[in-house]
Design a protein around this ligand. Structure first.
Ligand code: 3PY
Ligand code: MG
Length: 263
């Protein structure tokens, strides 16, 4: 069974970086992995891909040396089970607001005795080539569970959520958070700094890690310096759109203007 050292790196205090994959394109998964990003986060919440489409994306990330994580579309245990059974090395679960919801996620994602994940010989257990008795422990050890704090409703429960065995990362979703704060789209650090501080405090108290999404690499570095360790920077779509926008800007800008800017 393919291992990774993501959780060990987080425990050592390292920062890991990933990108959301929203196109469902295995070639982009390979390119993102080859670039040196630590993880590819396949976005089945907002992206178009389901279980079958995620399988080659996971294979591509593994082949090229990045950790494949799936953002599941919902908290249902059958959804979590299928994404793990096709071989995701972890899940990112949107809008987990209460300790009860966080416990349900752990139950669905961990095998006995840490949870109640259903047993089958699937891709995750190398189609049976990893002995089942070894596999349960290996899977529980390897697979990362990140729950999103992206609704003000989660704020009173941060400490309890961080205390739950099996929860590895509390991940801030600035966009949804800002909407529930009544200021949609206000996602700057200044706008969400109280939540950032509260999540950092809760995870540090319980030896867990904080995570966040940002579109901006400079902001990602800033968050890393603050102690946020699990950082998703942008999406494949955003990256390609930005490159195309810049390309067209250069192509369409009269050369005298670009020359004078370059001078
Ligand atoms: C949000 O900002 O709402 C997110 O879910 C980012 O991943
Ligand atoms: Mg969100």
């Amino acid at each position: 069974m393919k291992q990774n050292d993501l959780k060990e790196r987080l425990a050592r205090g390292e920062t890991v970086f990933g990108m959301f994959l929203n196109t469902g394109d295995p070639i982009l998964a390979e390119i993102a992995a080859l670039s040196g990003l630590d993880m590819i986060v396949i976005d089945s919440e907002h992206g178009p891909t389901g279980v079958l489409e995620n399988l080659p994306l996971i294979q591509a990330a593994e082949l090229r040396g990045a950790v494949p994580i799936v953002r599941v579309p919902n908290k249902q245990s059958d959804t979590i089970l299928k994404m793990l059974d096709i071989g995701a090395h972890g899940i990112l679960v949107p809008r987990v607001n209460t300790p009860e919801e966080a416990r349900q996620v752990v139950k669905a994602a961990r095998y006995f005795p840490e949870g109640e994940r259903g047993v089958a010989s699937a891709r995750a257990s190398d189609y049976g080539f990893t002995r089942l008795t070894d596999y349960f422990g290996l899977a529980n050890h390897r697979n990362l569970i990140a729950v999103q704090c992206e609704d003000v409703a989660c704020l009173p429960h941060l400490d309890e959520i961080a205390s739950i065995d099996g929860i590895d990362v509390i991940f801030i979703g600035p966009y949804d958070l800002s909407s529930t704060m009544g200021a949609p789209g206000q996602v700057s650090y200044e706008a969400i700094q109280d939540t950032v501080a509260a999540v950092l405090e809760a995870v540090h108290r319980h030896g867990k890690a904080a995570g966040i999404f940002t579109k901006d690499p400079a902001e990602a570095r800033f968050y890393a310096q603050l102690g946020i360790q699990f950082i998703i920077v942008g999406t494949d779509i955003q990256t390609f759109a930005g490159t195309c926008r810049n390309l067209v800007h250069v192509l369409r800008t009269p050369s005298s203007e670009t020359d004078s800017k370059e001078a």
